[in-house]
Design a binder for this molecule. Structure first.
Ligand SMILES: Nc1ncnc2c1ncn2[C@@H]1O[C@H](COP(=O)(O)OP(=O)(O)O)[C@@H](O)[C@H]1O
Ligand SMILES: [Mg+2]
Length: 241
């Protein structure tokens, strides 16, 4: 069971949009995903609550809210049928919270917006995550999963002819973290969200190109990779300077 966490200290970069769409994508393909919502604002949980009856179910866990009537472990329990876990996280997290997040994920997906400020902040954030990974264990590979936690970056709200990612791509290449795909800036994401669905649950051909942009991500997630895989975060920490 893969645990995929969508993480970035920057608010508004698309964590909730990508979490909900990824969960909906898996649900529409016959998986039984769980969506964990660590954000106090509860946007992902609200989206789950308005999901229409005709779409496939997603198991929701409001991880941000401590229910008083049940124990934490009962609240966080995973039904046995769950085969994918998507974790939506809040923008600001302290070091301890970040460490906890990183610990429980197999895959960390970092969305970044095409603006120089966001790209700069994301570069710093990735360095922070790598340091946290190091702190957690003697080896980066030790964190999270047997295979090691993998980090990947996705561009979000991409407009045509966006060339602002050069510096980020150079940085990512230098530390061997993959830049996986880009999602277009589209009102269909906004419309789908308010209907409680994901763009993979819109069947019309006009939105086909949006769905296609997800394929590289789905492939990368499924490519559990070898330990020697470039996309592993088992990198040389000295690169962080
Ligand atoms: N690809 C996209 N196209 C258009 N709007 C988007 C896209 N991704 C996110 N948004 C919008 O941007 C805003 C912030 O996205 P959100 O997923 O809530 O970010 P975060 O969870 O990181 O704070 C929301 O209003 C959302 O609808
Ligand atoms: Mg959010």
């Amino acid at each position: 069971m893969q645990k995929i966490m969508v993480l970035n200290a920057k608010g508004g970069c698309g964590k909730t949009t990508i979490s909900t769409n990824l969960a909906a994508c898996y649900a529409s393909r016959g998986y039984y995903p769980a969506l964990l919502d660590y954000d106090n604002q509860g946007s992902a949980s609200n989206w789950l609550n308005i999901r229409p009856e005709h779409v496939a179910p997603i198991h929701g866990i409001e991880a941000h809210r401590q229910k008083l009537t049940v124990t934490r472990s009962w609240q966080m329990r995973m039904p046995p049928k769950v085969d994918r876990v998507i974790i939506d996280t809040p923008a600001a997290a302290n070091n301890q919270e970040l460490t906890n997040y990183v610990r429980q994920s197999d895959i960390i997906l970092i969305p970044v917006l095409p603006s120089p400020i966001d790209i700069h902040a994301t570069t710093d954030f990735i360095k922070e995550i790598l340091v946290i990974g190091k702190m957690r264990s003697d080896t980066f590979r030790g964190i999270g999963a047997a295979n090691g936690t993998r980090i990947g970056v996705v561009a979000n709200r991409v407009k045509e002819n966006t060339k602002v990612y050069n510096t980020l791509q150079t940085f990512l290449a230098s530390i061997k973290i993959p830049f996986i795909t880009g999602f277009r800036d589209s009102q269909y994401y906004v419309h789908a969200f308010v209907e409680g669905v994901g763009i993979h649950e819109l069947r019309d051909t006009r939105t086909q190109y949006l769905r296609q942009q997800w394929q590289p991500l789905l492939d990368w997630i499924d490519d559990t990779g070898n330990l020697g895989d470039d996309s592993s975060i088992g990198i040389d920490p000295t690169i962080l300077g």
